[in-house]
Design a protein around this ligand. Structure first.
Ligand SMILES: *[C@@H]1O[C@H](CO)[C@@H](O)[C@H](O)[C@H]1NC(C)=O
Ligand SMILES: *[C@@H]1O[C@H](CO)[C@@H](O)[C@H](O)[C@H]1NC(C)=O
Ligand SMILES: *[C@@H]1O[C@H](CO)[C@@H](O)[C@H](O)[C@H]1NC(C)=O
Length: 392
């Protein structure tokens, strides 16, 4: 996928290197602007989006601490995945309650979840507050907290209008986050969004007597600090995950026909920049052996810093250099590349180039960002960072 981006960026370079005769100067500028927009659109597609989120979120909203912690657990400072087995799917979405009810009733708008996303796990995160001293029941140590999915009883012919989805004993005097699994409820909401009437939480004594919600209290979005807001967390997978063994490049990704220009900087150059071609073949005549070099993708320069929380950019690296005979093991050659380098050296057949210096190991990166509805999303993207280069 990245090669497509690179291809577009290369085109930007080529367009800009055209002789800009005064007469068609504006046409060329318009054209290159079009290519620039097309390139950015293509880059968005790499990140699984049609349009940049229209979220002004970054300025005035604080991402949930849970999502920041999760991001720091799965990703290093550059956004590169530390351990690919930590996350089950490739997407984690957080939602704040829309109801802000005084009752322990919650509503989450899941309209930003993509159709192709499979819900693996859904969790209701509630912040339990310490009971008010005057209301403390000395006799009780635990309470039974139950989460119900609210049902439309006019439609479904259900007497009670709610279905139990999760229930647990919780120490009455505890305080802090409590997590309830509500996967089944969210799956039914995903198949029919109109069935989403929210969740209801009840608290009972062990004897089954319903407790006043002032006894065992959960922070609400309305009366408590935003860092304690009730939250729904969805772990999903959008099916984009590559299923080949971790980090190993698929054969189709480095078809020998593809042009192996070195990657120009991804800062989408304006008019006057050097073309990719001149960088490669004219300014660097005695090419160094195949090696991995930095290529920083700066989200601020691309204009995405408004909706991306982390990272600010990442080092994608690029592979550059020649693959002459004899190819040492440090060049990580395939047998095919070794034979090709020999044929090239012996000039046995005309027109056979040296093998190409390409990524042979790729890593995924993580993005923490605000979506259209100002929800914070953590998403993992495969094959974004060249881990090593080799002659292929
Ligand atoms: C370039 O684009 C602008 C705005 O889209 C337009 O007004 C102008 O006429 C275009 N120029 C040429 C030469 O096509
Ligand atoms: C959910 O959010 C979307 C987009 O913000 C909005 O169009 C839709 O009306 C919302 N649905 C409900 C039930 O509030
Ligand atoms: C609900 O189901 C009962 C039997 O299970 C039936 O007698 C009753 O008519 C149903 N009510 C509605 C509103 O469908």
């Amino acid at each position: 996928m990245f090669s497509a981006v690179v291809f577009l960026v290369s085109i930007v370079g080529l367009v800009n290197s055209r002789p800009s005769i005064e007469l068609n100067r504006f046409a060329v500028e318009n054209e290159s602007e079009e290519v620039r927009l097309a390139a950015i659109k293509r880059l968005l597609e790499v990140f699984g989006m049609e349009d940049p989120p229209a979220s002004p979120g970054r300025g005035h909203k604080q991402p949930p601490q849970y999502m920041l912690d999760l991001y720091n657990t799965v990703a290093d400072v550059d956004g590169v995945t530390k351990d690919p087995t930590l996350l089950e799917g490739n997407t984690v979405r957080s939602f704040f309650d829309k109801l802000h009810s005084q009752q322990v009733e919650f509503m989450f708008n899941l309209s930003t979840v993509a159709r192709n996303e499979k819900v693996l796990t859904a969790e209701l995160h509630l912040f339990k507050l310490r009971p008010q001293a005057s209301l403390t029941f000395s006799r009780h140590h635990f309470c039974q907290v139950s989460v119900y999915q609210l049902l439309d009883n006019t439609k479904l012919n259900v007497s009670q209008g709610k279905r139990l989805v999760s229930s647990r004993l919780i120490p009455i005097h505890s305080n802090g986050w409590e997590v309830f699994t509500v996967t089944q409820a969210v799956r039914t909401w995903m198949t029919d969004e109109h069935s989403n009437l929210g969740l209801l939480v009840t608290v009972r004594t062990l004897a089954g007597i319903q407790l006043d919600i002032r006894t065992v209290r959960f922070a609400s979005g309305q009366n408590h600090h935003h860092s304690k807001q009730p939250m729904l967390v969805l772990f999903t997978d959008d099916g984009r995950r590559v299923t080949t063994p971790e980090g190993v490049l698929k054969g189709s990704d480095d078809s020998p026909a593809s042009p192996k220009l070195p990657l120009p900087s991804l800062t989408l150059p304006g008019p006057g920049h050097r073309s990719a071609r001149s960088l490669d073949y004219e300014e660097d005549p005695d090419r160094k052996p195949c090696q991995r070099l930095p290529l920083y993708v700066d989200f601020e320069e691309i204009g995405w810093s408004g909706w991306i929380v982390s990272p600010r950019g990442y080092n994608a690296y690029h592979c550059k250099g020649s693959c002459p005979f004899p190819l040492g093991q440090n060049m990580r050659p395939t047998n095919h590349a070794t034979v090709q380098s020999i044929i090239n050296a012996l000039k046995l057949t005309k027109g056979i180039e040296m093998p190409c210096c390409v990524p042979d190991k790729l890593f995924s990166i993580n993005l923490l960002y605000f979506d259209d509805d100002e929800n914070v999303v953590l998403k993992q993207y495969d094959d974004m960072v060249a881990g090593s280069c080799g002659c292929h």
